[in-house]
Design a protein around this ligand. Structure first.
Ligand SMILES: Cc1cc2nc3c(=O)[nH]c(=O)nc-3n(C[C@H](O)[C@H](O)[C@H](O)COP(=O)(O)OP(=O)(O)OC[C@H]3O[C@@H](n4cnc5c(N)ncnc54)[C@H](O)[C@@H]3O)c2cc1C
Length: 433
């Protein structure tokens, strides 16, 4: 069997190694538009601020692939998929030239990941704004950092917070502010009350954060900027114009405004796409021998965009490719999970905690318990459904119950006999089940 994998990120490599472990005779080909073997995206922030070197980013070298019967095609962008012929069209960069060719497969797995969302604000022709998704982006930020005094991060999600924390405390420490368009901080991972507690902690730690603030333009001078790599820009950014017409000063802007699946190259195929590639519980797309895993896919109308989902999907997908008769374990979704450690506090958001993940009809049946101590900077909340299952939890400043809560959510434990105890100090699930 010949399996072609588009993408060499976490989902792609997990899938490839699982396929090899299940059946060593499978011929595996991975196509990556990037120029590196597998590296950790999660550590890119550490690389940007100089906490780790480029070498420390890499997780696997070329031998890792060779030992698993995997052929890695680097600098090879998949431009199109022909599902009726079971072929992909590849554009490979060979020095200054490019070569286009078709490559056939028995099974295709799309693990093309996602790209950062860049809002459509005027001023993007100027030098000074960035996203962070790959090594090239990171190198661009590192280079620019040499001449930057003030950084503005747009978006207060996990990446925005992590960047702000790293820029404030790392060896490349800079004056950093976060601008968030929503009225709450980390709106996808927190509820309103959690946001108030967290915002208070950020402000106490001296973090500049503007919520409910919209950037309407990137402003700066108009002097042409020409870089050694041939890129040219019409001016340099000096700040962001806000909706109230004031200027927030800062010569570097980083967009951390969420992600969008990489699916454009599939537009002319019968593969169903809504926001991401639609997959069923076998991680199969609407075309039988085509699968999708990781940030590029959506399961049950949800795009996870986190490592645990990419790993779980890839493992189950590999089993389904090897046993396509429905005998493999089905995928039932992953518990959304985000952790943040920084600014002298810690935060974990687990499962479904707000209307990003709970639909309005279900929301009516959800009830919750919470505990808050503004002085100590502690907020703990659990959300339960009518079957008395914990479906989500937020922990700020005290993560003690984290493992128990993960288990309660994962195993859908009926907590009706002890639900009021869960947020008490020294609660232990072992004493109740
Ligand atoms: C800076 C940063 C920090 C993060 N921190 C965390 C964290 O702490 N915890 C967490 O759970 N998640 C984190 N994430 C998210 C996590 O990295 C992603 O969920 C994970 O990388 C998804 O893996 P993937 O393989 O689906 O996609 P990716 O890792 O994006 O890999 C997809 C690959 O496919 C390539 N590709 C795309 N289209 C094509 C094409 N047409 N042809 C060839 N190649 C193509 C891309 O270039 C890319 O190399 C972070 C992400 C970033 C950027």
């Amino acid at each position: 069997m010949k399996v072609v994998i588009i993408g060499n990120g976490l989902a792609g490599v997990t899938l490839a190694s699982n396929l090899f472990n299940l059946d060593e005779s499978i011929e595996i080909h991975m196509f990556s538009e990037e120029n590196h073997p597998y590296y950790s995206r999660v550590r890119l922030v550490d690389y940007v601020v100089g906490n780790i070197s480029l070498d420390e980013l890499f997780v696997y070298d070329q031998n890792w692939y060779a030992q698993r019967n995997i052929t890695l095609h680097l600098e090879s962008t998949v431009k199109a998929v022909n599902t009726s012929k079971s072929t992909i069209t590849v554009e490979a960069r060979e020095g200054a030239a490019t070569r286009s060719y078709d490559f056939n497969y028995d099974n295709l797995v799309i693990a093309s990941g996602s790209k950062p969302i860049v809002p459509d604000v005027p001023g993007k022709e100027k030098y000074g704004w960035h996203v962070l998704r790959n090594i090239e982006d990171a190198d661009g930020i590192k280079e620019h950092l040499k001449q930057v005094e003030r950084i503005t991060i747009l978006g207060s999600g996990a990446l925005g917070l992590e960047l702000a924390n790293a820029f404030r405390t790392g060896p490349n420490s800079r004056d950093t502010a976060i601008i968030e368009i929503q009225p709450t901080v980390a709106p996808v991972y927190l509820d309103k009350q959690g946001s108030t507690v967290f915002l208070n902690l950020l402000e106490r730690a001296g973090v500049k954060i503007l919520v409910k603030t919209e950037v309407t333009e990137l402003v700066g001078d108009d002097k042409p900027v020409n870089h050694a790599d041939g890129k040219s820009f019409r001016g340099s950014i000096e700040g962001c114009r806000l909706a109230d017409k004031t200027i927030h000063k800062g010569d570097m802007v980083i967009f951390a405004c969420g992600i969008r699946p990489n699916v454009d190259f599939l537009r002319n195929t019968p593969i169903e796409i809504i926001d991401g590639i639609v997959v069923n519980e076998c991680l199969q797309t609407s075309v039988k021998n085509v699968y999708a895993v990781g940030d590029c896919c959506e399961y049950n109308a949800f795009i996870y965009g986190i490592n645990p989902a990419a790993i779980e999907q890839a493992k189950i997908c590999a089993q389904n490719i090897v046993k396509p008769d429905g005998k493999a374990r089905p995928y039932r979704g992953t518990i959304p999970s985000v952790s943040f450690y920084g600014f002298g506090t810690e935060l974990v958001s687990l499962g479904r905690i707000n209307d990003y993940t709970i639909d309005p009809d279900e929301l009516k049946e959800i009830y919750s318990y919470y505990k808050v101590d503004m002085t100590l900077g502690i907020y703990k909340k659990i959300l339960l459904n009518k079957k008395h299952h914990v479906i989500g939890a937020i922990l700020i400043g005290d993560l003690e119950q984290q493992l128990d809560l993960r288990r309660m959510i994962l195993e859908e434990i009926d907590v009706s006999g002890f639900e009021e105890q869960i947020l008490q100090d020294r609660f232990s699930l072992r004493e109740w089940v």
